[in-house]
Design a protein around this ligand. Structure first.
Ligand SMILES: [Zn+2]
Length: 607
């Protein structure tokens, strides 16, 4: 049964150790021979369900080298193959014929371009593309070590790439060629990939911290003459180094291939050791790159690479957990962007992405980040950004260093395994000693809270009372509010909350908002302050910079000139420009009206 609701999910019945896949590539179809070594989880003979697309033609099945009769299996209506009973330990071989889909029309399976014979044949398997190639438990919680042998006409397929490391290459009879690939890291089938055809590459090398040499191949269809991958190569190596230095995560194979496929159905796909990039996300098509195009390359390329840990080595239990791999990876690619470019640029980029995507095309608020129906994906690209912001808010609440350690130990704990949001949140709670039950509604509810901030300065008591109110969600949300207070001459007040003991106070505070209404009283505020609210876009809440935080145009000028938070300086400037042009428009309308009034003929004096 295809799992369409979270409640239908059941763990798979067998463990798979090794998969040997032979693919006989032809122009329009491929013959696949898949051998899997199986062990039943119950330790007894049991049925075995292999997923298969209804267009995948079954040629033969054997169990422990014995051909299976027609009464020993059932081909289901949806194409799946149910073997009625297989021994507790056995080897199953299934041979099938896979018709190639059409590039840019079909989205999954083996794809080719009949119009352009020079175009590479390639695969796309996330989420259910592998079942168009071979009969297999095509689900993210079933991982195996893959050995892949590709056989094809040497003239049509001079280059044949798959996951992992190339172990053998040979010229066969009848103009055929054979290439073998071994991927030592267990992976689910959605991370399987092949690319075959006329390809050329730019090669690079990277030495990991532990001294391992990694050969990087950036491939393109050979007919594309002007692909420039120098920027992409530089940024990929920078991402590899950053992940080692910042998170202690090394690239695990000796080969990393990336292939740029113009017209690919997504920005990129993180297949283990064989990343497929859509053009122009590696550089093709940008004759004169501008900051925006370079920014796209930076983000998409590093995103696909960072999946190697958050998604590939640590994968998800089922497709309802997609949010975990995408939000953690987007969070990591945003962190790298902030490190490699500038913190404020990253914050502006994320702020724009999130605030421009508060609603779907139909005007309804975006769907929850963690969905119960896999077809309920909604606007997935923006969901990545929203997911990353949720992770970021959690990091702010947990404390940067503590959260970093929690994430690192989570990845170690689930390395080469599958997991989900619940595991992640439990782990963060355990490592931080905090209870994030209230915070979890960020994953499940559509709406973001509407927030109003009201500030009152007491001239005599030298206190500033800030009231934060939230509304618009089923129950109050838990979120961080990073803020500061500036004097009229632009100096930042040390922030000392009433009742706090201890010396010294920072010029910015991360306050935790958990209630409908919360009041914070700051002491020692000797002159009327200007509030700098939600610094660095600290929470995904709906609040306007002026009405929501009670700021006036003079406050904007102070923030623009003096705020130590660059993001709020930018936001104050944006608001100021908007208001100024609005005032200017109103003034122009007023002047035009006066002019028209003057031109009106005056009523003649009564005679
Ligand atoms: Zn991704």
């Amino acid at each position: 049964m295809t799992v369409t609701r979270l409640s239908d999910y059941k763990p798979f019945t067998h463990d798979i150790g090794h998969v040997h896949l032979i693919v006989n590539l032809q122009k329009k179809c491929s013959i696949t021979q898949l051998r899997m070594e199986l062990a039943s989880c119950s330790g007894e003979s049991s049925p075995l369900l292999l997923n298969g697309d209804s267009n995948l033609a079954l040629i033969s099945i054997t169990v422990d080298s014995v051909p299976l009769g027609k009464d020993a299996f059932t081909r289901m209506e949806n194409g799946d193959l149910l073997l009625h009973s297989v021994p507790a330990r056995c080897v199953v071989d299934v041979v099938a014929k896979s018709a190639h889909g059409i590039h840019a029309k079909s989205k999954e399976g083996i794809l080719h371009s009949p119009k352009h014979p020079w175009f590479p044949t390639y695969t796309q398997c996330e989420r259910e593309g592998f079942r168009k190639i071979a009969f297999f438990p095509d689900r993210p919680d079933v991982s195996a070590i893959f050995d892949v042998t590709m056989v094809g006409n040497a003239e049509h397929f001079p280059i044949m790439l798959s996951n992992g490391e190339k172990t053998h290459e040979a010229v066969l009879k009848n103009g055929l060629k054979m290439v073998r690939w071994h991927d030592p890291v267990p992976k689910p089938s959605y991370l399987f990939a092949m690319v075959a055809g006329h390809l050329s590459k730019m090669e690079g090398e990277f030495t990991t911290k532990s001294g391992k040499k990694v050969t990087i191949g950036m491939w393109k269809p050979a007919h594309i003459h002007h692909a420039k991958y120098h920027y992409a190569m530089r940024k990929l190596k920078a991402a590899m180094r950053w992940d080692e230095d910042e998170n202690g995560l090394e690239y695990d194979l000796s080969t990393l291939n990336l292939v740029e496929i113009p017209g690919f159905c997504a920005g990129g796909m993180e297949n283990k050791g064989l990343i497929i990039m859509g053009a122009p996300y590696m550089g093709t098509g940008y004759d004169k790159p501008n900051p925006e195009s370079l920014s796209y390359i930076h983000s998409v390329l590093s995103h696909e690479f960072f999946h190697n840990w958050t998604g590939n080595r640590v994968t998800v239990t089922n497709w309802f957990e997609t949010m975990l791999k995408e939000s953690l990876t987007t969070y990591r690619d945003r962190q790298f962007y902030a490190y490699d470019k500038a913190h404020v640029l990253e914050r502006i980029y994320s702020y724009k992405n999130v605030t421009w995507s508060v609603t779907d095309d139909d005007g309804k608020p975006l769907k929850p980040n963690r969905y119960k129906n896999p077809n309920d994906v909604g606007n997935s690209y923006f969901k990545y950004c929203k997911g990353a912001e949720i992770i970021r808010m959690l990091g702010l609440l947990a404390g940067e260093e503590t959260f970093k350690e929690a994430l690192s130990s989570f990845l170690k704990k689930h390395d080469q395994s599958h997991t989900g949001i619940e595991d992640f949140m439990s782990h963060v709670e355990e490592k931080t000693g905090r209870n994030f039950t209230q915070f979890k509604s960020w994953f499940t509810e559509r709406k973001h809270p509407d927030v109003m901030v009201d500030g009152r300065w007491d001239e005599k008591a030298h206190t500033y009372t800030m009231t934060v109110s939230q509304s618009g969600t089923k129950s109050p949300r838990h979120f961080p509010m990073v803020m500061g207070l500036l004097s009229q001459d632009g100096k930042e007040f040390p922030l000392h909350l009433q009742g706090e003991t201890g010396k010294g106070a920072a010029i910015f505070r991360t306050l935790e908002i958990t209630k409908k209404k919360q009041i914070f009283v700051f002491e020692g505020i000797s002159s009327k302050p200007t509030l700098s609210p939600f610094r660095s876009f600290s929470a995904m809440v709906n609040t306007s910079f002026m009405a929501g935080a009670g700021l006036d145009i003079e406050d904007l000028k102070i923030l623009m000139a003096h705020d130590s938070d660059d993001f709020n300086r930018w936001r104050a400037a944006q608001t100021y420009i908007k208001i100024s042009s609005q005032l200017q428009r109103e003034e122009e309308v007023r002047l035009e009206k006066r002019k028209q009034e003057r031109l009106q003929p005056r009523p003649s004096a009564p005679t």
